[in-house]
Design a protein around this ligand. Structure first.
Ligand SMILES: *Cc1c(COP(=O)(O)O)cnc(C)c1O
Ligand SMILES: [Zn+2]
Length: 418
């Protein structure tokens, strides 16, 4: 017997044995995992596998979660009394070693196990860098085939622990992250190998929701406020869904955490839509030329899960949330302030969340004794490179115009030479 079912947020229909689907009736509605157990437990295993609210039956890989701790340095700088930091990265001095240095590692761990248990024997993954690193690392440990598509402009953020020949990686030379998603879908249909599914995949959302599981485990209550930098919005939706489970449990508070979500300007489609109270993103705000101006390529998703039923718009509405637009200059300041006050380097995307928190404090949006959770989605890359050898990825370059036939030919050639 499975410990969960999958349920449509819109019509309530329960589905079994589906992998990455939309409801058959409601094409624009996310499915949500419905766990049989109403009460949160953390005695099911080790690391992230100790939590009962994950869609995996028998984990094979050891996987630690983020470090959640009560801040001293940044909190005294900001005059906050109850600032909690969820750090997903490499910081051995504090006992946390997320080797691929971002929260995408939890997503990859849960998605890969869930795919194996669904009888899926390989996945195509599109990434702006961090997802690729997490999937390539875990898939090589698990011996599970994945094929990765990234935009060429993200290659400088790409490093693997293994020489990249072990993991087939394709770089789209004439396109951005969103073009890579399109190409990945073409790879998927050319190879009959499923696409990892993006926000539709319940395992991806529940994997990212581990940040809130660890936070509640450490804080003993739901935070009142949650800060995160968003690209696709999947992580934020995940936290909202996990928070609903805690509210339903009843022992951790009755209020959903207010979502404070941030994007890197000038690319702020969700910031602008939310300001207008609109469920629709404006095409004007999604122009590809905006993306080259960002210091955070991982946030450059032109297909965010904003309008979909159960997506970011609904999450912001349900939690009375806010959106923040953060300029490049504020990001580098925030990264520097965090490193000075907390003693560890963070990735620019995490700096976006820190900058949003700084804004919220100075605007008086949060009070000094509110329980706040700051999601540091990635960090410790500089620290890691002192300890471990990494390899730059050597991808096969392709065009965003590549057809399915060309993809099949290309893969034959790649297999022959490797
Ligand atoms: C992917 C990513 C984000 C954004 O997460 P979404 O779920 O796409 O909104 C933020 N920070 C880092 C470090 C990431 O890798
Ligand atoms: Zn439905």
């Amino acid at each position: 017997m499975s410990h969960f079912k999958i349920k449509c947020r819109n019509c309530g229909k329960e589905l079994k044995d589906v992998y990455c689907a939309f409801c058959e009736h409601c094409s624009g509605s996310l499915l949500v995992t419905n766990y049989n157990e109403k009460h949160f437990r953390e005695d099911c295993g080790e690391g992230i596998w100790r939590f009962n609210w994950l869609p995996v039956h028998s984990p094979k890989l050891r996987q630690p979660g983020p470090l959640v701790y009560r801040s001293e340095g940044l909190s005294s700088y900001l005059g906050l009394e109850n600032l909690n930091i969820a750090f997903s990265g490499y910081w051995p001095e504090r006992g946390v070693e997320i080797g691929t240095c971002t929260f995408k590692e939890f997503e990859a761990a849960v998605v890969l196990h869930n795919a194996v248990e669904n009888g899926i024997n390989g996945l195509v993954v599109a990434s702006a860098g961090n997802t690729a690193r997490a999937f390539s690392h875990l898939s090589s440990i698990l011996g599970y085939p994945v094929l990765i598509v990234v935009p060429r402009m993200c290659l400088m953020d790409m490093w693997y622990f293994e020489p990249s020949s072990a993991i087939p990686t394709f770089a789209v030379s004439d396109g951005d992250y969103s073009d890579s998603i399109d190409v990945a879908k073409r790879f998927s249909s050319a190879l009959s190998m499923p696409f990892e599914g993006g926000v539709k995949n319940i395992a991806k959302r529940d994997g990212l929701g581990i940040v809130l599981l660890e936070a509640v485990s450490s804080m003993g209550i739901l935070p009142a406020h949650y800060f995160q930098a968003v690209g696709s919005g999947t992580g934020a939706i995940a936290v909202w869904e996990m928070a609903e489970r805690f509210v339903n449990d009843g022992r951790y508070g009755s209020e959903l955490p207010v979502l404070h979500l941030a994007q890197n300007l000038p690319f702020g489609p969700m910031v602008n839509a939310w300001k207008k109270g609109s469920r629709e993103l404006s095409p004007e705000d999604l122009r590809p030329e905006l993306l080259s101006l960002l210091s955070t390529r991982v946030l450059s998703n032109r297909y965010p899960a904003y309008s979909v039923n159960g997506g970011v718009f609904d999450a912001l509405t349900a939690t009375r949330g806010r959106m923040y637009g953060i300029e490049n200059q504020s990001i580098s300041d925030a990264v520097r302030i965090f490193e000075e006050r907390e003693g560890i380097d963070i990735v620019p995307a995490a700096g976006v969340a820190v900058a949003a928190l700084i804004k919220a404090v100075s605007a008086g949006t949060v009070s000094c004794n509110d329980a706040i959770l700051l999601n540091i989605t990635g960090g410790g890359e500089k620290r890691l490179k002192r300890d471990r050898e990494t390899y730059m990825v050597e991808p096969v370059l392709i065009s965003k115009k590549i057809t399915e036939t060309e993809i099949r030919q290309l893969l034959c050639e790649v297999r022959k030479t490797s």
